[in-house]
Design a protein around this ligand. Structure first.
Ligand code: UDP
Ligand code: MG
Length: 323
């Protein structure tokens, strides 16, 4: 990997997917902040299979400033995995993942570093406001954080994205988590360590369009819940128990009524309701088991998380082993 003998103090990790419009301004802002801080730094950019000129722009910037390093993935793996790749290749004493669209202000890095110097291992940036987001997005985000907060055993801080500072020991801990479903917010929380937060205002995206839609967010939410809670699997025991109890009481009622008043045919409606209701519940339960089973299958296949096509400014690991 990069210069292991003399690692920089800070590694900024940027996942990029079709961000050519934001790159120049991103580096301008990042570099001015980092120069002002006076720390040694590297900027690890992960090109997540962009279909525009992102890669070419990144390489140009790498030749201009060798502190800018590029990891080019073999295809689009999604933000969470691109971020994992960047964190794997970063060598700094502190690692800061940041979005390329400047929704996370680079100017906050100074504050993050200050808290880090005070001895915190993780300093996360919490959004005070969500400008440029619709009420539906805000409402679904709130509902999601509430649900996962209640279901997960580790507290997952709400309204924090991936913008945060991670100490090297936290990064090494994260690298030991081998799971394929990289729900980063949850993984960051799971590793623990001494954590604190700073507040900031999240701005609207600078240029380009977000690649997120509600379907992707829904899937991210399912990933988050299934990898940090077994409640959806376990709850069916209790629901089944309650339904059995009700059925038993109703059956007793029917038997007693038949004994007293004799046989009587009506009852089609209640029969249909009971059959359809139970059928629905059974399918739902099967679906939930399927969600977990599918994830077990993904883990068992044990494929690498990502594939790298080429590296700029970073020595590949294989070269280190066989010089
Ligand atoms: N991103 C990525 N791969 C993807 C989608 C997004 O690396 O498949 C990057 C994107 O370039 C940006 C960050 O992830 O740096 C956040 O993406 P976006 O702004 O679309 O998400 P949002 O801010 O709406 O959550
Ligand atoms: Mg964004």
């Amino acid at each position: 990997m990069a210069d292991r003998t003399n690692p920089p103090q800070l590694s900024i990790v940027v996942p990029l997917y079709n961000e050519e419009l934001n790159i120049d301004y991103l580096f301008q802002r990042l570099e001015s902040v980092l120069e002002r801080l006076g720390s040694t730094y590297e900027i690890v950019c992960v090109n997540d299979g962009s279909r525009d000129n992102t890669l070419k722009c990144l390489i140009d910037h790498h030749y201009r400033n060798p502190a800018i390093k590029v990891v080019n993935l073999s295809r689009n793996f999604g933000k969470e995995i691109a971020l994992t790749a960047g964190i794997d290749y970063a060598v700094g004493a502190g690692v800061i993942p940041i979005d390329a669209d400047l929704q996370d202000p680079p100017e906050l890095i100074g504050e993050l570093v200050d808290k880090w110097r005070l001895g915190y291992d993780v300093v996360y940036a919490t959004r005070r406001s969500r400008q440029g987001e619709s009420w539906l997005k805000r409402f679904t985000a709130l509902a999601f954080y509430n649900t996962i907060g209640k279901m997960s055993r580790v507290p997952i801080p709400s309204n924090t994205g991936d913008f945060r500072l991670l100490d090297r020991k936290v990064v090494e801990a994260l690298k030991q988590l081998p799971e394929r479903t990289r729900f980063m917010k949850g993984l960051f929380a799971w590793v623990g360590f001494k954590q604190t937060s700073v507040m900031f205002d999240r701005l609207p995206r600078l240029k380009g369009k977000t690649t997120w839609n509600y379907w992707k967010l829904w899937n991210l939410a399912i990933d988050g819940i299934t990898s940090f809670s077994l409640l959806p699997l376990k709850i069916w025991t209790y629901i089944g128990f309650v339904i059995s109890l009700i059925s038993f009481l109703y059956a007793s009622f029917l038997v007693i009524r038949t004994l007293i008043y004799g046989v009587d045919w009506p009852g089609y409606a209640s029969l249909m309701v009971a059959v359809l209701f139970l059928g629905g519940i059974q399918l739902l339960t099967l679906g939930i088991i399927g969600e977990y089973l599918g994830r077990v299958y993904e883990e068992v296949k044990n494929r690498p998380l990502y594939l790298v096509r080429e590296l700029y400014g970073i020595e590949s690991q294989t070269e280190l082993i066989t010089p």
